[in-house]
Design a protein around this ligand. Sequence first.
Ligand SMILES: *[C@@H]1O[C@H](CO)[C@@H](O)[C@H](O)[C@H]1NC(C)=O
Ligand SMILES: *[C@@H]1O[C@H](CO)[C@@H](O)[C@H](O)[C@H]1NC(C)=O
Ligand SMILES: *[C@@H]1O[C@H](CO)[C@@H](O)[C@H](O)[C@H]1NC(C)=O
Ligand SMILES: *[C@@H]1O[C@H](CO)[C@@H](O)[C@H](O)[C@H]1NC(C)=O
Ligand SMILES: *[C@@H]1O[C@H](CO)[C@@H](O)[C@H](O)[C@H]1NC(C)=O
Ligand SMILES: *[C@@H]1O[C@H](CO)[C@@H](O)[C@H](O)[C@H]1NC(C)=O
Ligand SMILES: *[C@@H]1O[C@H](CO)[C@@H](O)[C@H](O)[C@H]1NC(C)=O
Length: 330
Amino acid sequence: MSLFPILSFVVISFGVASVSAQICLNNGNFSSNSTFNANRRIILSFLPSNVTTQDGFYYNGSIGEGPNRVYARGMCIPGSTADDCSDCIKTASDGLVQSCPNQTEAYSWPGDPTLCLVSYSNTSFSGSVDSDGRVIFTNTGDITSNITKFTEIWEDLVVRMIDIASAPKDTPSSSNNYYTANIAALNPFQDIFALMQCTPDLSSGDCEYCLRQSARDYQSCCGKKQGGVVMQQSCFFRWDLYAYSKAFDNIMVASPPPMTIRSIPPSAGAPANQNDNRPSNSHDRNRRGISTGIVVAITVPTVVIVLILFSLRFVLCLRRTSLQRTKYEC
Ligand SMILES: *[C@@H]1O[C@H](CO)[C@@H](O)[C@H](O)[C@H]1NC(C)=O
Ligand SMILES: *[C@@H]1O[C@H](CO)[C@@H](O)[C@H](O)[C@H]1NC(C)=O
Ligand SMILES: *[C@@H]1O[C@H](CO)[C@@H](O)[C@H](O)[C@H]1NC(C)=O
Ligand SMILES: *[C@@H]1O[C@H](CO)[C@@H](O)[C@H](O)[C@H]1NC(C)=O
Ligand SMILES: *[C@@H]1O[C@H](CO)[C@@H](O)[C@H](O)[C@H]1NC(C)=O
Ligand SMILES: *[C@@H]1O[C@H](CO)[C@@H](O)[C@H](O)[C@H]1NC(C)=O
Ligand SMILES: *[C@@H]1O[C@H](CO)[C@@H](O)[C@H](O)[C@H]1NC(C)=O
């Protein structure tokens, strides 16, 4: 278990359909009337236009001086329209201001109407993997078909996708943008829809490390579940048994494997093979070494999801703000 030096587990189930979470890291706080907060609001409010006016829909920038300097960045997946991208960045930025009232570092990966990332911090984005504040969401439902077969297909897809997403730019198999979405046929009735992306500041090796860590974390806790999301500040991974994003609209499904019988109960003795997803240098590069907490706020719709937080310690306070919204806040 040395792979999880900062693992502590909380599992919470609640009703959700699309995942839209804001992850607020308690690495420091500021008062609401501070210059830092004013700068944060300004740079986040500019993000929708700053991101969509950049080729490739990636923008990073900073505002302010000294301790009041705020770094922020925004990114949309390739293929997004400018309108979808702008809406997504705005949702994320507004959500962060609302859900993270006084945390100096936070991020969000909303999936609607496209997939995008917004994050801000009081330090510059380092260009290395920041594993602080990574979070897993998973469906509570289990895979009902042959789990051995499922794991084989899932691993094959995920390993191939990590290779494509993280391949060095300008190499033959490279996506050139640290992004890939793909579909694999699980059986004649079900497909696996997977999507992954790294931030462009990472090296190819760090992108691979980040995605492998996400896949490994997911598999070690939740390998029999019917779908999941792993969010980190530097990379994103999601898979599900339905097309949860416009990203899948133009992707052909590879020919289905031979006919299999559905609804075979999961075999209890089939451990997920974690070795395939383990990076050779599996050390945790925890930037500060002292993650003091995470606050996660989730906007909720309707399928059951389990949330797992990786952190030294964190506090969750449940507050229901409306029928549509459940908020964890402290
Ligand atoms: C960022 O905030 C943390 C926590 O308040 C603090 O320790 C650190 O010095 C700050 N960094 C900068 C560059 O201001
Ligand atoms: C946040 O502020 C509170 C008091 O307002 C303080 O007790 C706490 O230590 C601060 N947390 C961090 C991580 O700076
Ligand atoms: C940060 O916000 C929390 C709750 O929103 C509050 O209890 C805490 O005192 C705030 N800390 C600072 C330094 O404003
Ligand atoms: C913020 O407001 C508090 C009182 O509400 C005040 O003591 C403090 O000096 C203010 N800070 C700034 C930076 O204006
Ligand atoms: C970001 O957007 C603001 C407001 O639209 C604009 O003033 C600023 O020049 C933009 N910055 C960049 C680097 O495009
Ligand atoms: C934006 O990203 C580029 C490339 O990673 C980096 O060189 C630059 O310093 C970043 N700018 C800011 C303000 O963080
Ligand atoms: C499950 O799939 C594996 C690998 O495809 C196969 O060897 C095994 O016979 C299957 N089990 C059942 C019960 O169909």
